[in-house]
Ligand binder design. Structure first.
Ligand SMILES: Cc1cc2nc3c(=O)[nH]c(=O)nc-3n(C[C@H](O)[C@H](O)[C@H](O)COP(=O)(O)OP(=O)(O)OC[C@H]3O[C@@H](n4cnc5c(N)ncnc54)[C@H](O)[C@@H]3O)c2cc1C
Length: 418
């Protein structure tokens, strides 16, 4: 593909979250004529409220051996770190069974390798996408995991083994060393793990908006529309159709619509088990005290990130369906737990948010060509690590559309694995 060619391929990217936006920018720079379509303002869905972690080292899938023992706990406490609402059980059951099947040791190592391959280049890929905007948006200051529990659980031991196998560098810390890094942290965190090569964005929304601006500056078109139908001709999509007669003719389509992608893919002949893994955040505009680096409380499954507009507390998982109303108590519980971590934390002016992680049972996204339509590509299902997986996903889609060999083995992300 060349920018100078007379007939530039017309590519439509559906969804202007972090995945669609990175993809649109890569394709535009590769010489395609790209239209990025969203029903809302760019970056306002799941990509708006995440914890901001950008983690080249992240390689531990959510499904691990022994998890089945924990399932009863998920029903017991509606405010616990992971909860399944009773009413959602029938809808979630097939996904949960696949998730349990993905937790077999025979599959875990492959999932872990595929996560590591997708994530490892994320910071350098963001640097090339953002250019001079990288500084000021992304900080490479490392990440810190902390535990109060004195002994590592079997799951943690396995996570450690997976990291070692995939060449992740970490530094184990005792309480004194943890407090050396973060003196504001309350006492009692007896174990820590520092990831020097990880980082975070200081503002996930501004990150997506900046990428959109760069996309537009290189000639990309941003269109506000909700894609409702796909007009087909033989085994290809010929046009996208929306409300009020909106129609866009295309040569190629990339579906990057986050949690909505499951239903859209199904209408196009591909089944993907996609579950809304609902996470919450609390944004503190005037926190008084900030974590020294992005920190994760591994006992309670939430993190805290120093951002340019305050401190963000984010995490936990709730399975309740896409459209169920948010439970503000879950966000309040996050705030209470964060105040126990940082006793001087000021909660005044806090705002609460909930978003749907588009999660697959094996923690891997779907990146690649549709099974039935020759010009349709998928880029969704990144679960809890979409901010991290976005740049390499975009790179893979660029390589696939150009018919080039992929920079990493893309077979683990194929849609027909389900
Ligand atoms: C609490 C929480 C914390 C998280 N923390 C982290 C973290 O620290 N690090 C990390 O890497 N990841 C994190 N994540 C995960 C990350 O936020 C997601 O994986 C990522 O945002 C998914 O991006 P996306 O572009 O696929 O989806 P989205 O951001 O949801 O974007 C999809 C877009 O598609 C549009 N759309 C949908 N349907 C249509 C249609 N029919 N027509 C037109 N447009 C449509 C939507 O309007 C939306 O803008 C977190 C998630 C949560 C909830």
């Amino acid at each position: 593909m060349s920018a100078s060619s007379m007939q530039r391929p017309r590519v439509a990217v559906i969804g202007a979250g972090i995945i669609g936006t990175c993809t649109a920018l890569v394709l535009q720079r590769r010489g395609c004529a790209v239209t990025l379509i969203d029903r809302d303002e760019p970056g306002m869905a799941c990509s708006f409220g995440n914890g901001g972690a950008i983690s080249p080292d992240f390689c531990v899938p959510s499904a691990l051996p022994g998890m089945i023992k924990r399932v009863p706990r998920w029903f017991a406490d509606p405010l616990g770190p992971l909860v399944i609402r009773w009413g959602h059980v029938p809808a979630a059951l097939p996904w949960l069974l696949r998730w349990l099947s993905a937790s077999r040791m025979s599959r875990v190592d492959a999932h872990s390798a595929a996560l590591r391959a997708l994530h490892a280049p994320c910071l350098s890929r963001y640097a090339s996408l953002l250019g001079t905007h990288y500084d000021g948006l992304i900080e490479n200051t490392g990440q810190l995991y902390v535990w109060k529990s004195p002994h590592a659980s079997p799951t943690e031991m396995l996570a450690r083994a997976l990291r070692e196998r995939h060449g992740v560098e970490t530094q184990a810390l005792d309480e004194a060393l943890i407090r050396e890094i973060d003196p504001e942290l309350a006492p009692g965190y007896t174990r820590g793990l520092f990831f020097p090569d990880n980082g975070h964005t200081v503002n996930p929304l501004r990150l997506t908006q900046t990428l959109v601006r760069l996309f537009q500056e290189t000639g990309g078109a941003l269109v506000a529309a909700q894609v409702r139908e796909f007009e087909r001709q033989g085994a290809a999509v010929r046009a996208l159709v929306g409300d009020a007669g909106w129609r866009l003719e295309v040569d190629t389509v990339v579906l990057a619509a986050g949690i909505q992608s499951g239903a859209l893919a199904r209408s196009l002949g591909d089944f993907v088990p996609l579950q809304a893994e609902r996470g919450y955040h609390v944004m503190l505009p005037d926190p008084r005290v900030r974590p020294a680096v992005k920190i994760a409380n591994r006992d309670l499954m939430f993190g805290m990130t120093p951002m340019e507009h305050g401190v963000r507390i984010a995490g936990t998982a709730e399975y309740a369906g896409i459209d169920a109303p948010m439970n503000p108590r879950r966000a309040e519980v996050l705030l209470e737990a964060a105040k126990r971590m940082y006793p001087r934390l000021n909660g005044e002016g806090a705002s609460f948010w909930m978003g749907c992680r588009p999660s697959t049972p094996d923690s891997l996204p779907v990146v690649g060509r549709a099974t039935r339509l020759s010009n349709l590509y998928y880029a969704f299902g990144h679960g809890g690590t979409g901010l991290t997986g976005a740049p390499m996903t975009a790179e893979l889609i660029g390589q696939m559309l150009a018919g080039e060999a992929c920079g990493i083995d893309a077979s683990p992300y194929r849609v027909d694995r389900f």
